[in-house]
Write a protein that binds this ligand. Sequence first.
Ligand code: BYC
Ligand code: FE
Ligand code: FE
Length: 482
Amino acid sequence: MPDGSQIDYDGLIPNNVGLADDLRVRKALETWHPGYIDWWKSMGPEGFQDFPVYLRTAVGVGSDGWAKYGFVRMPEYRWGILLAPVVEGRTIPFGAHKGEPAWQEVPGEYRAMLRRLLVIQGDTEPASVEQQRHLGATAPSLYDMRNLFQVNVEEGRHLWAMVYLLQKYFGRDGREEADDLLRRRSGHEDTPRMLGAFNERTPDWLSFFMFTFFTDRDGKMQLAALAQSGFDPLSRTCRFMLTEEAHHMFVGETGVSRVLQRTAEAMKEAGIDDPYDIERVRALGVIDLPTIQKKANLHFSLTLDLFGNEISTNAANAFNAGLKGRYREDKIEDDHRLTASVYPVLRPRDGAIVNEDVPALSALNMRLRDDYVEDAAAGVVRWNRVLERAGTTFRITLPHVAFNRRIGEFSTIHTDTNGAILSTEEWHVRRESMLPSVGDNLFITSLMRASLQPGVYAGWIAPPRLGVDNMPGDFEYVRLEN
Ligand code: BYC
Ligand code: FE
Ligand code: FE
């Protein structure tokens, strides 16, 4: 078996899994390939398929020098199957099989559970590309457009990563699942994507930045949990995906930072101290800070739903089976079996929100969500430094985890952003002060006009501090004339 150190670029599908010598899987993937390209052309970035884009392509799996940059037309991007190198002697790190050698083949008794995890993970990747497909037309700069397309092609590669596992290890069912991954559509009435947030719209660039900050971060957490898997090919796949994921969150974090910075600067130049003087701020052609907060409230709450029910037997079973671990499982000091421990879960009880200890195994979704909130909060602190430096007193905050939820413990109640329980009537009255209103969205949409001159940025966003791959400020990241 190839150990992952060599990447083969000769065939149709770049890979370090020895496809050249694996006729069955190579044929399955080559059969799937035209459908993928059709999907990419019809559901991928609309209107920009024929232009050269300055993209990075993964060319190695080591920690340094794994990517190379160059101009590529997106349908010609080399989507590859790249697994992180084999760790010799790796054992299953948690659950009932802890300490046994990691599986190189699918354990029969867990086949269905594993397949479901791969399909759910795989489904989110093309979903996000579909959600973002109209954004090229309103890019605030060529730099941002390029970052959007970089994220899109890498989400495409993440789909390949899951499809490889399905094709290689699940035979006929795997092929059917791989085909279905190209058949579902984000937001489609009859054949929607599997998870809630992936059927929402991403109508504007602030949504895109919030999505990559909040929702790609769910990707990071889930991939980190799957990277611990006792099923070694899944672990290796996810470990490599995580290196790409870091860039997606960079795009989100710096994107929102640049919006905050531009708004704060424009307010300062105009001598506006009150961030709630919304009409005057908007008249400057920038997005007022309270509306940015509302967008954060929306994307945070939608993303929390992706962690599933706080108390979940699916999660307990996946952990017990050794398939899905905790965030940084290998850094945690405990028995890694969790059969005798408890974990506090936040839930509504008799009109209040309280912590209740439940068996730790059944609270694993809650635990991963807690780790997620901590990780997201650290990013918000960095956003607020930008506001502080720009001299405004306004601060972005994360809403309470009970706010605006549709999955789990809080799906049956309404709360405000501080977690105070509201009646349905109060909720309807206050909703628009906490979540983007139609008017807020119309205003944001009115700012979304493409800025296509190299080095020129739309007025509602500050330029980045550094170019991609150290390119100069006026570098033409997307060649629209060719
Ligand atoms: N929407 O026991 P529960 C990413 C269903 S993002 C709709 O709590 P579990 C990316 C659930 O399926 C990371 N349905 O479920 C980011 C179950 O249905 P069934 C994606 C939902 O399994 C940006 C039922 O409710 N990867 O990579 O413990 C761009 C009972 O629920 C939802 C993963 O998620 C929902 N939000 O937890 C691109 C990793 N939540 O089976 C990419 C794999 C729950 O009873 N997935 N349900 O019919 C998992 O580990 C788990 O399936 C979940 C759900 C954490 C998603
Ligand atoms: Fe992804
Ligand atoms: Fe991502």
